[in-house]
Ligand binder design. Structure first.
Ligand SMILES: CCCCCCCC/C=C\CC(=O)SCCNC(=O)CCNC(=O)[C@H](O)C(C)(C)COP(=O)(O)OP(=O)(O)OC[C@H]1O[C@@H](n2cnc3c(N)ncnc32)[C@H](O)[C@@H]1OP(=O)(O)O
Length: 280
């Protein structure tokens, strides 16, 4: 697996080729004509974000930054799920070293995506609860297919969305709507999400979404990249700095949180309910 990942990155760092790399969990292809990268999450059945998937995504984002990418489309290989959010097994009776590495990698992935200098579009081609919604919110533009749900539903699971999850949502829909969305843990239908600005466009097919994504990237053809990036940093930089400053403190909170026996019991029951769903 390590060898395959290294080969993928080697291909990514050669700017003259038609790129198509196949990491096991994130497929990256780069359009030769436009230079736009498409990163497709491919961890069946629901693209839940475990340490390995996050590590691959985080490295991909670093490479795109290093290679001065023209842009990124983030999407899913599933037809029904963009990402089911954090892999709940990473939080259920975890090995604490792995748990810490998991959170550190999630934080870094968010920093890389939310703060990328290149333009980013999420093609949300399926459900996007919790951490799945975070990935979409970290992009600059969200195009969602109809008939799915999206939102930060952590409170419904007895959890609290970390401050940087909330900041990402606030950046998209403002403080009032974020407060309402977070305290109720609401999962929005596609149309509701469009109405409050949680997504920017709703489409009927992935092809249509990719076409619209192309139009979003076209907007930057005549914008000097440094002006684009500095504007983005002026709007998002404070959220990133806030996390960078509080990383240790947050890790202490996350550790105390996960060691609470009541929470572990609740997570166990939630996992069971997800399994039961399949038997119905
Ligand atoms: C200091 C602050 C402290 C706060 C710290 C905590 C902060 C927590 C932050 C974020 C939380 C999260 O992201 S938690 C994850 C939340 N996600 C969810 O609740 C989604 C759960 N999943 C679903 O609702 C559905 O699976 C789906 C709508 C996404 C897809 O439905 P579908 O019918 O297509 O698939 P199944 O439900 O049958 O699932 C298939 C298979 O996948 C397993 N599964 C689903 N989601 C997860 C997940 N998030 N993690 C791990 N595994 C998951 C599900 O159990 C099924 O498994 P089996 O085939 O083995 O039964």
């Amino acid at each position: 697996m390590a060898l395959r990942a290294v080969r993928s990155l080697a291909i990514l760092s050669n700017p003259l080729r038609t790129y198509s790399t196949s990491g096991p969990l994130v497929n990256v292809s780069i359009n030769e004509k436009t230079g736009i990268a498409t990163a497709t999450l491919q961890r069946p059945p629901v693209n839940s974000l475990n340490l390995e998937l996050l590590t691959e995504l985080c490295t991909t984002l670093e490479q795109l930054e290093k290679n001065k990418s023209r842009g990124l489309i983030l999407t899913s290989s599933s037809n029904t799920v963009f990402s089911a959010g954090l892999d709940i097994y990473e939080m259920y009776k975890p090995n604490m070293d792995r748990y810490k590495q998991f959170w550190t990698t999630l934080q870094q992935t968010w920093i890389n995506l939310y703060g990328s200098s290149y333009p980013t579009v999420a093609v949300v081609n399926g459900h996007a609860p919790a951490g799945g919604c975070l990935l979409a919110l970290s992009c600059e533009y969200r195009i969602m297919l109809n008939n799915f749900t999206i939102g930060l539903n952590e409170t419904k699971l007895g959890m609290i969305a970390p401050t940087w999850f909330a900041a990402s949502m606030r950046n998209a829909i403002g403080t009032r709507q974020t407060e309402l969305a977070l305290i109720t843990g609401n999962l929005f239908t596609t149309d509701e999400a469009l109405k409050i600005g949680l997504v920017d466009e709703v489409v009927q097919s992935k092809n249509e979404a990719l076409e619209k994504a192309g139009k979003f990237f076209d907007k930057f053809k005549r914008i000097p990249p440094h002006a684009r990036t500095m504007t983005k940093t002026s709007l998002r930089g404070a959220d990133i700095q806030a996390l960078v400053k509080s990383r240790n403190e947050e890790m202490n909170k996350l550790t105390a949180f996960i060691n609470d026996p009541k929470l572990q019991e609740a997570i166990g029951m939630y996992l069971e309910s997800l399994k039961q769903k399949q038997n119905k």
